[in-house]
Design a protein around this ligand. Sequence first.
Ligand code: ATP
Ligand code: MG
Length: 365
Amino acid sequence: MSYEQNLKSYYENILASVQDGIVVISKEQIITTFNPAIEEMSGISSSHAIGKSLESVFSGESRLLELTDKTINSGITFSDSDFQIIRRWDRRVFPISLIISPFSDEGGNIAGAILVLRDMSRAKELEENLRKADRLASMGTLAAGMAHEIKNPLGGLRGAAQLLQEEIKSEKYREYTGVIIKETDRINSIVENLLNLSNPKPLKLKSVNIHKILGDILLLEEKILKRMKITVVRDFDPSLPSVYIDEGRITQVFLNIVKNAVEAIKKGGELTLTTKIFYDYIVIEEGAKSHTKMVLIEVKDTGEGFEDDVLSNLFTPFFSTKSKGTGLGLVISHRIIEEHKGRIKIQNRTDRKGASVQVFLPIVV
Ligand SMILES: Nc1ncnc2c1ncn2[C@@H]1O[C@H](COP(=O)(O)OP(=O)(O)OP(=O)(O)O)[C@@H](O)[C@H]1O
Ligand SMILES: [Mg+2]
C-alpha cells in the first residue's frame, strides 16, 4: 500500500470511529467526506453524498445551508445547538448540536468547511428525566404543605358521613353517604401517595420471597379476576432466590402493575406472571462493568397494549387515560423500584397484543 493510501485509510478509520457526524465540504460546497455517524443519523449513504453539493443532499435543511454559507463567506465558525435532523427511512428525529468551522489551504485562503453534527438524543433524554424529577420534587413540597390542610377537613367529612349513614334508614340515601365515604377515602389515598412520593420513608429491608408477594396479590385480586374472567398463568422459577426488599412497598408496586393489567384486559383474557433469574451488566465507575444477578418479574396481559404517546408519559404524574385513574400508579412504582436500585421496563408484547411490564430487582448477597 502506498504512503498516500495508508494515510487515507488511517484518516478514514479515525472518521469512522468518531461518534459525531462529520461532513467536509469544499469551498464550492461539494461534499468530500461523509462519515458513518452522519450516514446513520441522516439515513443517507456516503456513496450517495460524496461528490454532490451540500444543497442537493441537505435540501430542505435551510438553517444548515444558511450557516454553511455564512461560514464559507466569513471564515468564522457558526453553531446551532437547537438543530435537528430527520432520518430518511424511519422519520426519526435527532436533536443535534451543529458546529460549522472553516478550514484554509496553505495560502491561508478558505478551502472549505467541516460540519460536526452531535447527536443530543441521550442528553435530551437525561435533561427530560431531570425536569421530571424536578417537577416531582416541587409537586412533593406542595403536596406536603397541602396534605394537612386537606386531610383534616377530609377526616371530618368522612366522620360526619359515617354518622349520617348510621342514622339514615332509607337504602337510597345510604348509597349517597357511601359514595361520600368512598370518595373521601380516594382523595385521602391520593394525598398519602403524593406525600410518600415527596418524602419517602426509609426502606424496611428484609429477605423476602417474591413468589409470596405475588401470591398475596393474586389472592387479594381473586374476586375481580374471577368476575372479569381472567385466567392467571404462573410461570414461576422455583429456584428463584429471596430478595432483600421492603415487602410493603414492593407489594404496592406489583399491586399497581397487576391492577393496570386487569384494567387493560377488561373482560376475558390472560394475566401471565413470570419470574426468573436475570444476569445483567451494570456500569459501576467510569465505564467499568460489573456482572450482577437480578430477579426478573414480568407481568404480561392480553389487553390493547400502549399507544406511543402513552408510553412516553407513563412516568408523568397524573397522566392517565382512565376516567377514574389518578395517574400515580406507575410513577410511584418507578420511584419504589429506583429506591431498591432496580429497574422497570415497560413495553408492548412482541408475541401478541398486550402490555409487558418487567421489574428487575438486584439480588444482594
Ligand atoms: N397494562 C397496561 N396496558 C395498557 N395500558 C396501560 C397498562 N398499564 C398502564 N397503562 C397506561 O398507563 C397509564 C398510567 O398508568 P398508571 O398506573 O400510572 O395510572 P392509572 O392506572 O391511570 O391510575 P392509578 O393512579 O389509579 O394507577 C394508564 O392510564 C394507561 O393508559
Ligand atoms: Mg394504575
